[in-house]
Design a protein around this ligand. Structure first.
Ligand code: PLP
Length: 385
């Protein structure tokens, strides 16, 4: 059976070119980068070269990059590590953050911090006026994701960061879905903290980084031998770090060709679904969205049923409740955009990537309408018109 992978927002395969760079660091070049012998110096150099590649891809300096164990850890470090400098205060996040930010904010709320969850509109775009009005004298930090992992909406980060600074607060963005897919330059955006993850950009899992702007003081979450500028102790994941550097370098080089290519595939896929299947809603912003994201709600049927039926045809997609780890709760992102539980339950997310082709889109558009028709025939909610 043919296999079509349309779930790049969940994770990506390690690019073979990235893997080739990582491979020597498992068996041959295994030295601890903290040691001064040749094997240690060799891996230290590899770690620092990778740091320079990550910094270059983001327009940062090497000293502003700290390696972490992934996007979730970077987000935890941004919120908890920054707020620990203060005794009390207020945090603003958007209502549609990934659980890595959302649950960290809820944890901080339980710890006595005040948190505002800024509303978004029907397209998943932060309501800039409501966001600006949420700032208080004791607001320490605002955190708004660069691009949403479910509906793909891309936020006006530069403007949101500027507003935070005008109000005397720092600004963090979870750019896990954006880095590699869109140009991300920390200087141009004016952010203080930015999170990214290796496995969303054809690098390995379990490695990420956080950009910490020069002059921003942070408290460590992990204590020990003082690695990574005393912010993240633990012997470095050298193969992962090398892989992250290689993946970012590659992503930056391929972005100018991949972005328009994926946007064209995305638009064909979306139009093909919306034009042929009735009672569908395109979720997310019509133009300000990730190049590879198509998220649709198909009324009267369940997202999970569509995922399983498509899986039977060799197509990997996820439901709109993706990232809630198998949860059947309606997506807080789709509910947060003002849709009901029915739209949330009926959503499917297709996320395209580097290896997808026109033929993949054709195959999907051939297979999907009969699946929807069959599921609707079985649905007590659907009355044929
Ligand atoms: N933030 C966003 C927007 C994501 O999509 C993800 C991954 O699902 C994460 C954070 C978490 O990243 P990681 O899987 O590297 O912990």
């Amino acid at each position: 059976m043919r296999t079509v992978y349309f779930d790049h927002a969940a994770t990506t395969a390690v690019d073979p070119r990235v893997f080739a760079e990582m491979e020597p660091y498992f068996v041959e070049r295994y030295g601890n980068p903290s040691e001064i012998h040749r094997l240690g110096r060799e891996t230290r150099e590899a770690v620092e070269q990778a740091r320079a590649k990550v910094a270059a891809a983001l327009g940062a300096t090497d000293k502003e990059i700290v390696f972490t164990g992934g996007g979730t850890e970077s987000d935890n470090m941004a919120l908890i590590g920054y707020l620990r400098r203060f005794e009390t205060g207020h945090l603003i996040i958007s209502a549609i953050e990934h659980p890595a930010v959302m649950e960290t904010a809820r944890f901080l709320l339980r710890e006595g911090w005040d948190v505002t969850f800024a509303d978004v509109d029907r397209h998943g775009m932060v309501d800039v006026d409501a966001y600006a009005a949420a700032f208080r004298d004791d607001t320490r930090l605002a955190s708004v994701m660069f691009a949403n992992n479910v509906v793909g909406t891309v936020q006006p980060i530069k403007e949101l960061a500027r507003i935070a600074h005008e109000r005397g607060a720092a600004f963090h963005t979870d750019a896990v879905q954006a880095v590699g897919a869109l140009p991300v330059d920390v200087g141009e955006l004016g952010v203080d903290l930015l999170s990214l993850s290796g496995h969303k950009l054809y690098g390995p899992k379990g490695i990420g980084a956080i950009f910490i702007k020069r002059g921003i003081r942070m408290a460590p979450l992990i204590h020990g031998g003082g690695h990574e500028r005393r912010l993240r102790s633990g012997t470095e994941n050298v193969p992962g770090i090398v892989g992250l550097g290689a993946a970012l370098e590659l992503a930056a080089a391929e972005l100018p060709t991949q972005r328009p290519r994926q946007e064209a595939l995305r638009d064909r896929l979306a139009a093909g679904i919306l034009d042929t299947i009735d009672h569908t809603v395109y979720l997310g912003h019509p133009t300000e969205r990730l190049p590879g994201n198509v998220c649709v709600s198909v009324r009267y049927i369940e997202g999970e049923s569509m995922v399983l039926q498509l899986d039977g045809k060799g197509i990997a997609v996820s439901s709109g409740s993706a990232c809630a780890s198998g949860s059947l709760e309606p997506s807080h992102v789709i509910l947060g955009m003002g849709f009901g539980a029915e739209e949330a339950h009926g959503s499917v997310r297709l996320t395209l990537g580097r290896e997808n082709t026109d033929a993949d889109v054709e195959y999907f558009l051939e297979v999907f309408p009969p699946i929807v028709a069959r599921l609707r025939d079985m649905s007590p909610l659907y009355v044929k018109r």
